[in-house]
Design a protein around this ligand. Structure first.
Ligand code: SAM
Length: 426
C-alpha cells in the first residue's frame, strides 16, 4: 500500500428513527461490521442521549469505527478508519447499510499517511521500539451507556448492552436494562423510573412519612406506581386495610413483575385492589372522603401523566380525602425541573392552604441531579412533625429493616436548604 491507512467518511440516510435511537442495536451493528471486515475488536463505547441519538466507537486493532446518529432526521454519520491491508473498510460500509436499514448511503475514501510524504524516524532503536509487533493479544471490552439528559444536565448509567424488556404501549415506551452500578433499571420514554439498588429511597419516603403521621390510615389510594414499590411499602403497615392502585399501563406492571420482582413483590397481596385505568378518570368518579392517604406516584408531566399535574386533578384528590387525610405527591426536582416544582407547590397551597403543604427532599442517586422532592399535603391540618410518634417510627423502621426511612430521617427530610425555601416563596 502506498498509504498507512484508509479512511471512509460515510453518510446513511432514511434509516428508521427507532433503530437510530437504539443503543444496543447500533452497538451490535457496529461490532458486526467490524467482524464482517475481519477486524480485531478491542473495545466498544456507546452512549444513548435519551431522547436523542447514539454516539459510539468500536476500537479495532486496525484503527476504529465511529457513529453519531440523528433519529429525528433518519441520518447517521459514520467513519471507518483501517490501517494495514487486511481490513477493507468498504465491507463495514456494506454491513452497516443493511443493519441500519438505510434507504441509501454514500461514502468517500481518503488515503491516510501517504508513504511518499512520510519519513522514518532516523534512530534505528526508536524505530524498532515502535514497530507493530506481529501479533498483539486483543481483549474486547464493552462500554454501553444509557443517558437521560436535557439541554444542560445528563445522567449516565453503564449497562450490559442487553435489552431485558422493550415494548411500546399506547402510552409510552417501556424498557428494562441491566446496569452495572444500580442493577435493573426501569425506563419509561427514555426517563429513569427506578432501579433495583436505590428504589427504596423514593418508595419508603413517598409512603411512610404520611402513614406514620396519619392518626389511623385504613384506606390508601395510589395513582400510578406501576412498578409496585410504593404499594409494597404501604402494605408493611398492618393498620392499612385496603390499597387501591390505579395504574394506566399494564406493560409497566408486566415488566416490573418479570424483571424487578423485589419491587413488584406485593401484586398478589389480598389487601391490594389493582386497577389498570387512567387515574384522572378514577379520581373524578370515586366518592367523597373515600381514602385516608393518597399517593401520586407518577411519571413527569409529559405524556399520560400530564393531567396528573393539574389543579383540577388535585382538587379531586382533595375531595377524595377523609377529613384528616394526607396527599403525598412526587413533586419533581428543585434542581432539574425548577419551573414545574414552583408551579405545583403554588397549586397545592391554593388547594390545601399554605400551612398544610410541606416539602420533603430526598436523595435519589439515579434521578437527574440526585435531589428530588415529595409534597406532603394534609386536608385537616395533620402536621408531619407534630403528629408523628418518634418511638413508634423507630420501632417500625427497625422491625421492617427499612433501608432509608427512620425517625431521624422523618424530621430531617422536611428541613429545607435556603435555596429551596427561596424557590418556594417566589
Ligand atoms: N415508582 C417510581 C419511582 O421509583 O420513581 C416511578 C414512577 S411510576 C413507574 C409512574 C407510573 O405512573 C408509570 O407506570 C405510569 O404509567 C403511571 N401513570 C402515568 N400517567 C398516569 C395516569 N394518568 N393514570 C395512572 N397512572 C399513570
Amino acid at each position: 500500500m502506498n498509504q498507512l491507512g484508509r479512511h471512509i467518511i460515510v453518510e446513511y440516510y432514511d434509516c428508521p428513527a427507532e433503530i437510530l435511537s437504539d443503543v444496543t442495536h447500533i452497538e451490535q451493528a457496529m461490532i458486526q461490521a467490524a467482524r464482517d471486515a475481519d477486524a480485531t475488536i478491542i473495545n466498544s463505547t456507546f452512549h444513548h442521549f435519551s431522547p436523542f441519538g447514539v454516539s459510539g466507537v468500536v476500537v479495532i486493532q486496525e484503527s476504529h469505527l465511529a457513529i453519531h446518529s440523528w433519529p429525528e432526521f433518519g441520518y447517521a454519520a459514520v467513519d471507518v478508519f483501517t490501517c494495514g491491508d487486511q481490513v477493507d473498510p468498504w465491507l463495514c460500509y456494506q454491513s452497516l447499510l443493511k443493519s441500519l436499514q438505510a434507504g441509501h448511503g454514500s461514502a468517500m475514501e481518503m488515503g491516510r499517511g501517504q508513504r511518499s510524504l512520510l519519513k522514518p524516524v532516523e534512530d534505528a532503536e526508536v524505530r524498532e521500539q515502535y514497530q507493530t509487533p506481529e501479533s498483539v493479544k486483543a481483549i474486547q471490552t464493552r462500554n454501553i451507556w444509557f443517558t437521560e439528559r436535557d439541554d444542560d444536565i445528563a445522567l449516565s448509567l453503564r449497562h450490559t448492552g442487553e435489552v431485558l424488556y422493550r415494548a411500546q404501549s399506547p402510552y409510552q415506551k417501556v424498557e428494562v436494562f441491566d446496569t452495572y452500578a444500580y442493577g435493573k433499571l426501569l425506563v419509561l420514554d427514555g426517563k429513569v423510573m427506578t432501579t433495583d439498588q436505590d428504589e427504596y429511597v423514593y418508595h419508603e419516603m413517598i409512603s411512610h412519612p404520611a402513614l406514620m403521621s396519619h392518626p389511623n390510615p385504613k384506606r390508601v389510594l395510589v395513582i400510578g406506581g406501576g412498578d409496585g414499590g410504593a404499594t409494597r411499602e404501604i402494605l408493611r403497615h398492618d393498620c392499612v386495610e385496603k390499597v387501591v392502585m390505579v395504574e394506566i399501563d399494564q406493560l409497566v406492571i408486566d415488566a416490573s413483575i418479570e424483571h424487578l420482582p423485589q419491587i413488584a413483590s406485593q401484586f398478589g397481596n389480598p389487601r391490594l385492589e389493582l386497577r389498570v385505568e387512567d387515574g384522572i378518570d378514577y379520581v373524578e368518579q370515586a366518592p367523597d372522603a373515600s381514602f385516608d392517604v393518597i399517593l401520586i406516584d407518577s411519571t413527569d408531566p409529559i405524556g399520560p401523566a400530564e393531567g396528573l399535574f393539574t389543579e383540577s386533578f388535585y382538587r379531586q384528590v382533595h375531595r377524595l380525602l377523609t377529613p384528616q387525610g394526607i396527599m403525598m405527591v412526587q413533586s419533581e426536582s428543585p434542581r432539574f425541573n425548577v419551573q414545574v416544582f414552583q408551579e405545583i407547590y403554588s397549586c397545592f397551597r391554593g388547594i390545601f392552604g399554605a400551612q398544610s403543604v410541606h416539602c420533603m427532599l430526598i436523595s435519589v442517586p439515579t434521578y437527574p441531579s440526585g435531589s428530588w422532592s415529595l409534597a406532603y399535603c394534609s386536608k385537616g391540618g395533620v402536621h408531619p412533625l407534630r403528629d408523628f410518634d418518634v418511638e413508634k417510627t423507630a420501632a417500625f423502621s427497625a422491625k421492617e429493616k427499612l433501608k432509608y426511612y427512620n425517625e431521624e430521617i422523618h424530621s430531617a427530610a422536611f428541613a429545607l436548604p435556603n435555596y429551596v425555601k427561596t424557590l418556594l416563596s417566589a
